[in-house]
Design a protein around this ligand. Structure first.
Ligand code: ZN
Length: 346
């Protein structure tokens, strides 16, 4: 018996466009319907009426998906919520990295400040090992930033936050968005669009300057979803107040408490970007950065069937992982049809 589900009456994100197309899933993988009909001559076992909703690839948060080591090789001045006593130099080059982190086999991203001594060697070595080097928590000027990109760095950690502010004579890390000195490489940058970390005007500047590099991130901490109060973050205390997370007794932001769906909605509201553009900033772009775009971040044939159903206001109505529904909004009204075995089994 075929184990194929056809999602119909939906718009799916395909080749940068939202198109009225059906989505076909078999054994947790998105399938090409032409293969199913004409070559295998099979038909679906289940049909799901999506009632006009949007199907988008599942959101990827590069701060949370996979191992991202943020620090301790960062600038003391721009440490944000990182405790100063743990900040380290990398004077021993790559050896300092190994001594601090130990095994880095499963690491996807390392955030470091490129102005630190020996950064050139460290960036080259990490890049050779297919670890994305991200620039952040840094006082770097634009020249130092460009050098780091030419050595292999390809990401900026939470743009605008914990770096030198944009200055017209030295735009610092922010200047990478429009730099002509990085051999035409695509620089990616994480943006926390929670409505607190980045002003809407700054969001629009980044979006207009370099839309292809924009990756939405939440920077969310474990207290996400909890009521106002004081909670633990590592060895520190964090107060949740006014929809933000702050180091207890201070106004230093300590990550966010927004989820990805909120950031996607706020970004769309602030930027006026098309739904297609906004969704790709939370799906395709992070997948490209992490090099997982063959399986994640798109609805291309052969990809994992990790997807979400959204209404036009970008509220998540249902979440599927490997073709299995793992979340459904309380008021969701999609209908599922089970076809008789005689029909479904060809
Ligand atoms: Zn940070």
């Amino acid at each position: 018996m075929s184990n194929i589900t056809q999602y119909f009456n939906c718009r799916i994100l395909q080749d940068h466009n939202l198109v009225w197309e059906d989505l076909w899933v078999r054994d947790g993988i998105i399938e090409d319907p032409r293969e199913l009909f004409f070559k295998e001559k099979t038909s679906p076992q289940f049909r799901v009426d999506c009632n006009g909703l949007i199907i988008s690839p599942g959101y990827l948060d590069i701060q949370l998906n996979g191992v991202h080591l943020e620090g301790p090789f960062i600038s003391t001045e721009k440490r944000g919520a990182h405790p100063v006593k743990y900040i380290k130099s990398m004077n021993g080059g790559y050896q300092s990295i190994i001594e601090t982190y130990g095994d880095i086999k499963n690491v996807c991203i390392v955030t470091l400040a490129p102005e630190l001594e020996q950064s050139a060697e460290v960036i080259k070595k990490l890049t050779e090992k297919n670890i994305a080097v991200s620039l952040g928590h840094s006082m770097a000027n634009l020249m130092e930033a460009e050098k780091a990109v030419n050595q292999g760095a390809k990401l900026i950690t939470h743009l605008f936050n914990a770096m030198l502010p944009f200055h017209h004579r030295d735009p610092g890390l922010v200047g990478l968005l429009t730099s002509h000195n990085i051999s035409g490489k695509q620089i990616y940058y994480g943006l926390i669009a929670d409505g607190i970390h980045t002003d809407p005007a700054a969001i629009r500047i980044a979006y207009k300057a370099n839309p292809k590099g924009l990756i939405l991130i939440t920077d969310a901490i474990a207290a996400m979803g909890l009521k106002p109060g004081t909670y633990q973050l590592g060895q520190q205390c964090v107060t949740i107040k006014n929809s933000g997370a702050y180091l207890a007794g201070s106004n230093v932001l300590a990550g966010s408490i927004a989820n990805m769906a909120q950031c996607v909605r706020f970004f769309q509201y602030a930027s006026g970007a098309s739904l297609e553009d906004v969704l790709e900033m939370a799906t395709l772009h992070p997948a490209l950065l992490l090099g997982v775009e063959k399986n994640k971040g798109t609805l291309d044939y052969g990809s994992d069937a990790d997807f979400i159903l959204l209404n036009d206001e970008l509220y998540v109505q249902a979440t599927y992982i490997a073709g299995k529904k793992v979340y459904e909004a309380p008021n969701l009204t999609t209908e599922k049809f089970l076809l008789p075995a005689a029909v479904s089994d060809n």
